[in-house]
Design a protein around this ligand. Structure first.
Ligand code: HEC
Length: 506
């Protein structure tokens, strides 16, 4: 009986994987359903998103030239983002959890794409008609309080008693983690704030881009035509519009007192329903990695029955409304600590201490994050003459895996998540090579395409050389974020349509 069940779920995963691997690269997320994504009610329980404030500036050049420094930095970032933070679960006087010391990993307090238009609308609506006519910016002091106010907005569709009743059932660790929902992309407060502050520049983006060739260098400090400045690193002060923009505000010229909402960081997660079906096991030792790269698409080396996974072997959530439990297979992190971002990805593995997990710091022991492997990229080109050399003695399986990656990708970098980068050609990516096109008309699926059977491949390989790992642009309309112009988040369009709707009283 049990055997039959397993066989059945194996074949269903095989079908899912087959469909996924032929159809998509960075997959579109599942439809937005109220129980699976953060809703106002969840925001009310979590409170305002907690900023990520890097301790010190990151030396991009040093990371580019030294794989060990790069990996240590990436683990540090993950350590900070997975740090448990207490959640303000009773902000408005009603709605509290039975567990008074409930906490979430910092990243789980962040915002889903759905929250951006809601927050932007509430700030934009406060401008007078005349201010809107001249496209006055939203003042820093309004942005300072926006996040707290949003967390306290009334919970639509729930009486205080109903909310109380619902929250009283949130007890287990998985249920607490489930409060944050199953949003696929998530955004730090610093990232959202940058959009609100720059809304006038986002509106002008199309016009700014017209006639701009990919090679045009805009300014030494700003590579995007769609924002007055690049996204914040968390160390620079947020008020970065030209001082004249602030003329009607209480803080007339930057810098002044105010809240630092931290670094711009974006996340992309992939979840799989727990308890049923199978989970792919992807081998990433040197030899297996070479094979995956040669094939160009990730295929699981074996399949593990999901019911064999112990709760502490993977990060799991249980959703409030549906009682569905999900396992976190992988998580992409991009952090604007350097101008071209840090590109970090974690993927679950049943052998987490081998190769890309061999150097995981001891501080992760005993946390769910000890079950994940990691790779990181900070540049298009590999600046370390021998990335494997740092680990030959201390972490030999990591050295072999890095050696295989470098041999394949040189002179470029390579880093790809087996659970997310599923398209034909996408195992060979270095993240940044595809993301440089964000905000342009380029189609992400054509960017990684490397399939001899597909007639479009020749054009793609010409436009996006070296398996799309090379730099081919010098200005970046979306500052490397696909959520700027692409689904599921479409932030540029959301801002434009919110402005139009409010201006027309809709
Ligand atoms: C072939 C193109 C491509 C590659 C390769 C790729 N991505 Fe993406 N990525 C996208 C697209 C398209 C989106 C937006 C749609 C979505 O979420 O699926 C996205 C979304 C994201 C997001 C959400 C924020 C945003 O708006 O961009 C993060 C974070 C991210 N990717 C990180 C990574 C990392 C890390 C890697 C490498 C391990 C990577 N991506 C590789 C195309 C790509």
């Amino acid at each position: 009986m049990r055997e039959q069940k397993i066989i059945k779920s194996y074949s269903s995963l095989a079908i899912i994987l087959a469909v996924v691997s032929t159809a998509v690269g960075c997959r579109a997320r599942s439809p937005r359903t109220s129980d699976e994504r953060a809703t106002p009610e969840q925001r009310r329980v979590i409170g305002a998103g907690v900023p990520y404030l890097p301790a010190r500036a990151t030396d991009k050049m040093a990371l580019a030239q030294n794989m060990q420094l790069r990996r240590e930095k990436a683990w540090d970032v993950i350590r900070e983002l997975t740090k448990e933070v207490p959640i303000a679960h009773n902000p408005g006087g009603h709605g509290s959890l039975p567990n008074a010391s409930a906490s979430l990993p910092l990243w789980q307090t962040w915002y889903t794409g759905d929250e951006l238009p809601v927050m932007f609308r509430s700030a934009y609506e406060k401008l007078t008609v005349d201010q809107r006519k001249i496209r006055a910016p939203i003042c820093p002091e309004e942005l300072d309080s926006l996040f707290e106010k949003h967390a306290q907005s009334p919970v639509l569709g729930f009486t205080p008693e109903e909310l109380e009743q619902r929250l009283s059932q949130v007890e287990s660790l998985e249920e607490i983690r489930g409060i944050s929902g199953r949003g696929v992309t998530m955004f730090s407060p610093g990232l959202l704030r940058h959009y609100f502050e720059n809304y006038v520049y986002v509106l002008k983006c199309e016009a700014e881009q017209a006639g701009l060739g990919p090679q045009t260098i805009l300014s030494p400090s700003n590579h995007t035509p769609c924002f007055a400045s690049e996204f914040p690193s968390g160390l620079d002060f947020p008020y970065k519009l030209p001082p004249s923009d602030y003329s009607r505000c209480k803080v007339p010229s930057a810098p002044g007192p105010g809240i630092n909402h931290g670094a711009a960081v974006a996340l992309k997660t992939s979840w799989r329903k727990a308890g049923a079906g199978v989970v792919g096991k992807f081998d990433t030792d040197g030899e297996s990695l070479t094979k995956h790269l040669t094939e160009g698409a990730w295929k699981p080396n074996s399949l593990i029955p999901a019911q064999n996974l112990k709760p502490d072997a993977i990060f799991s959530i249980k959703l409030m409304a549906s009682a569905n439990q999900y396992n976190l297979e992988s998580i992409h992190v991009v952090s604007k600590e350097t101008r071209d971002w840090l590109w970090i990805t974690l993927w679950w593995s049943p052998e987490p201490n081998l190769d890309f997990g061999e150097d995981r710091p001891a501080a992760f022991a005993g946390t769910p994050w000890a079950n994940y492997k990691m790779c990181v990229v900070t540049d298009f080109v590999e600046g370390d003459l021998d990335p494997a050399s740092h680990y030959t003695i201390t972490h030999p399986s990591l050295a072999r895996a890095l050696g295989a990656s470098n041999k394949w990708a040189s002179p470029n970098t390579q880093c790809s998540n087996p659970f997310i980068e599923q398209g034909q050609g996408n195992a060979e990516t270095n993240c940044i090579g595809c993301h440089q096109h964000a905000g342009t008309k380029a189609n992400p699926e054509e960017i990684y395409l490397n399939d001899p059977e597909n007639p479009r491949t020749a054009v793609s390989r010409q436009l996006y050389p070296n398996h799309s790992r090379s730099q081919v642009r010098h200005n970046f309309p979306g500052d490397y974020l696909w959520s700027f112009s692409q689904g599921p988040d479409y932030f540029e369009s959301e801002i434009i349509s919110t402005v139009n709707n409010v201006d027309h009283g809709i």
